[in-house]
Design a protein around this ligand. Structure first.
Ligand SMILES: [Zn+2]
Length: 267
């Protein structure tokens, strides 16, 4: 086993092969005749090739990323058979508000939604993409956190609260989810701050990073807003191509969420 500095605990330890997207996600996306479909901002590929790299020690990979996030989230993703356990859990809570094809649920009012674990899962994938290239022959990380990276690392280690300079937005595609695939983190088109996106079957995550995140968007943060809002929007289902285009274009349907959150605050 290769000895090296673990990117998460920063200690010199034997490193194991970490996956950018947990192995379970690949299994989810595999149908009998197909390899998983993975998508980056440049490429849509159907491939059994999993991106892996000796990045972390065993304790950080299995003991932290898996235990604190992945193992709770993965069994809840949408499947090719049409089930979507996470969406079922969401429906057991109360609908906060709706507007057109978007609905907002407050995870704070639903004990079945583990806010900490869903947050940790999303942050783990974004962070791994920010500390390694995950592409042969390239050295630049897949996405860039710059000076904000350390706050994400400390959060994942349980040493700090969710970074004040970030906002995590969680969007759910209602079943039956047509795109049983996933997309590695990529940078969206926001200006003034950075926005990064990725999705797994049924759930899309957007992470906004910087000091200039508009306050309206900041208020939709699943991790730090006390109501832990989750948006369900039909608008993001459809062909893979349109998923990419739409998810990039609308990072995110924040207006509906803000409207709902303000209403709750004022009552
Ligand atoms: Zn470690």
């Amino acid at each position: 086993m290769q000895l090296g500095i673990c990117k998460l605990c920063l200690l010199e330890k034997p490193l194991i092969n970490s996956h950018l997207m947990a192995r379970g996600v690949h299994d989810f996306c595999r149908t009998p005749n197909d390899d998983p479909i993975s998508i980056s901002s440049k490429v849509i590929m159907q491939s059994g090739r999993q991106l892996q790299h000796p990045l972390l020690c065993k304790e950080c990979d299995g003991g932290i990323l898996s235990r604190e996030g992945e193992s709770w989230v993965l069994p809840l993703l949408a499947t090719a058979e049409g089930t979507f356990p996470f969406h079922d859990l969401l429906l057991e809570g109360t609908l906060g508000g709706s507007d057109g094809d978007s609905k907002v649920y407050a995870a704070s009012k639903n004990a079945k939604i583990d806010v900490a674990k869903l947050t940790h899962f999303a942050m783990g994938v974004f962070w791994k993409a920010s500390v390694h290239s995950w592409r042969g022959g390239e050295t630049e990380p897949l996405i860039q956190f710059g000076k904000y990276g350390e706050s994400a690392r400390a959060f994942l280690r349980g040493e700090a609260l969710f970074p004040a300079t970030m906002a995590l937005i969680v969007g759910i595609i209602p079943p039956a989810v047509k795109t049983i695939g996933f997309c590695y983190p990529y940078r969206g088109s926001a200006s003034g701050y950075h926005n990064f996106l990725f999705f797994v079957p049924g759930i899309e995550f957007a992470l906004l990073v910087g000091n200039m995140i508009p306050s309206g968007l900041k208020q939709t943060c699943f991790a730090s807003h006390p109501l832990h809002p989750i948006v369900v929007s039909d608008g993001i289902s459809g062909s893979i191509k349109s998923v990419i285009q739409e998810s990039t274009a609308k990072a995110y349907r924040a207006a509906n969420v803000v409207k709902y959150l303000n209403r709750v605050k004022n009552t």
